[in-house]
Write a protein that binds this ligand. Structure first.
Ligand SMILES: Nc1nc2c(ncn2[C@@H]2O[C@H](COP(=O)(O)OP(=O)(O)O)[C@@H](O)[C@H]2O)c(=O)[nH]1
Ligand SMILES: [Mg+2]
Length: 435
């Protein structure tokens, strides 16, 4: 029999209210033992909780009988006064009654196992809790609603339809099945291939909203990258000196610009160096520049095209620094903004430019977009298998069946419909306790 678990569902420490959640077959028994027998389902009841004559708290008790609860099991919530001693006393009492503290994500895992939500929705719960921007929250809510799951289910229905057509021809070759039935699966698969490609094209956006859009400052030594980094993150995070080669490690800062999560990275100035530490810093700077969605090419008056030019891509921004000393000529090839961290000139314009870029690149994704690498990998697998199956269809339909089945399995794994044991750990291990 499953054991009955409990966990503090609110942040630890002092607060107005602390909520302890219970789930499992012994929930009602535990409530009764604490002096709160049989509160009406889903109605808040004020009860004095105590165990063996020792008072714990005056609490609001809520009971959610199975199966209409978060986990699908008998559940309850104790809304306690949010002090450490109260929470400790209540937890101690629950342990004395034989309940077990929950593992991270265990409530949601039970919800998944009892069919209350699929895997994509379970991930959305974690994303919603972790959301720090409105865009992240909106994306997670759409996913929790089941909109993303419905998208995947639609792919799967198309696939199963094509598979049925192919198998009908294989299973009943000589019977009254119209000739070339399998070939009618062709247009279905073509449509599916287009849809999968569109979803994958949007996957980048979904992942960037969730994980943060990557912006890297690159340029020569002393161009003013670290000064600009500090100005953008609004604190003295990076060391600034007139000595060329001051910055070596890549420095990352998480910030929110225009409602989107951004990871901004300051890097070592790009130049050849005999210093092994600096050379490693330059190697890392180049690697980051390659991965980022946007590069800010930082140039001071007098800097040449220099070492950064090969990393700059169309759509990147040239930031011309130290405008208080001298003004660099703008480039014909790149959009540019003139700034001075000494006077503050141009910083607001730069901020606005970045916000507009984020809105352009991240909004308008067909929400809910694919949000995780795990999903993207499965969709890529499915797409490859469908494409192989599509080619097979024209040559030998009986060969297509296996490919389509493989594709169906890859899609099913996203939402956890089949073959999921191996990914459960991966999904739930990142949860916080109490969810
Ligand atoms: N006058 C002036 N000096 C600046 C400005 N930005 C940076 N500097 C100076 O240029 C030098 C190099 O700056 P730093 O930010 O460390 O450049 P990095 O090597 O590209 O990171 C330092 O002495 C800064 O004080 C600016 O806008 N105006
Ligand atoms: Mg620097």
């Amino acid at each position: 029999m499953t054991d009955t678990i409990f966990a503090l569902a609110t942040p630890p420490g002092r607060g107005a209210i602390a909520i302890i959640r219970l789930s499992g077959p012994r929930t009602d028994e535990a409530l009764a033992a604490l002096g709160a027998p049989g509160p009406k389902p889903r109605m808040a009841s004020l009860r004095t909780l105590a165990l063996e004559g020792r008072q714990i708290d005056q609490a609001l008790v809520l009971r959610f009988p199975a199966p209409n609860s978060y986990t699908g099991e008998d559940c309850a919530e104790l809304h306690l006064h949010g002090g450490r001693a109260v929470v400790e006393a209540a937890s101690g009492a629950l342990i004395a009654l034989g309940l077990r503290p929950a593992d991270p994500g265990e409530f949601t895992r039970r919800a998944f196992e009892n069919g209350r939500m699929d895997l994509a929705q379970a991930e959305a719960v974690a994303d919603l809790i972790d959301a720090e921007t409105t865009a992240q929250a909106a994306q997670a809510l759409g996913q929790l609603d089941g909109a993303l799951s419905e998208t995947y289910a639609g792919f799967r229905r198309a696939l199963l339809k094509a598979l049925a057509l192919v198998e009908a021809e294989i299973d009943f070759p000589d019977e009254e099945v119209p000739d070339n039935l399998a070939r009618t699966a062709g247009p279905v698969l073509d449509g599916l291939i287009a849809d999968l490609k569109a979803a994958l094209a949007d996957a980048g956006r979904g992942e960037r909203v969730r994980e943060g859009y990557r912006i890297v400052l690159i340029g020569e030594t002393n161009a003013g990258k670290s000064s600009l980094f500090n100005a953008l993150v609004a604190r003295e995070a990076a060391i600034v000196t007139p000595i060329a080669g001051t910055t070596r490690d890549v420095l990352d800062a998480d910030l929110i610009i225009g409602g989107y999560a951004v990871t901004l990275s300051d890097t070592a100035g790009l130049r050849d160096s005999d210093d092994v530490v600096e050379a490693e810093g330059v190697r890392r700077a180049r690697a980051r520049a390659e991965q980022a969605e946007l590069r800010l090419w930082v140039r001071a008056p007098g800097d040449g095209e220099g070492a950064a030019a090969p990393f700059v891509r169309p759509g990147d921004l040239l930031v011309l620094t130290k405008a208080d000393i001298d003004r660099s000529a703008p480039s014909a090839d790149h959009e540019s903004i003139v700034v001075s961290t000494a006077t503050g000139e141009g910083l607001a314009a730069l901020h606005d430019w970045i916000a507009a870029r984020l809105a352009r690149d991240l909004s308008g994704a067909d929400f809910p977009a694919v949000t995780r690498e795990r999903h993207r990998r499965r969709l890529e697998e499915a797409l490859a298998a469908v494409e192989t199956g599509r080619r097979a269809l024209d040559i030998a339909p009986e060969m297509a069946g296996d490919d389509l089945r493989r594709a169906a399995e890859a899609l099913a794994r996203v939402t956890g419909a089949i073959g999921v044991e191996d990914i459960l750990g991966e999904v739930f291990s990142t949860f916080c306790i109490g969810k």
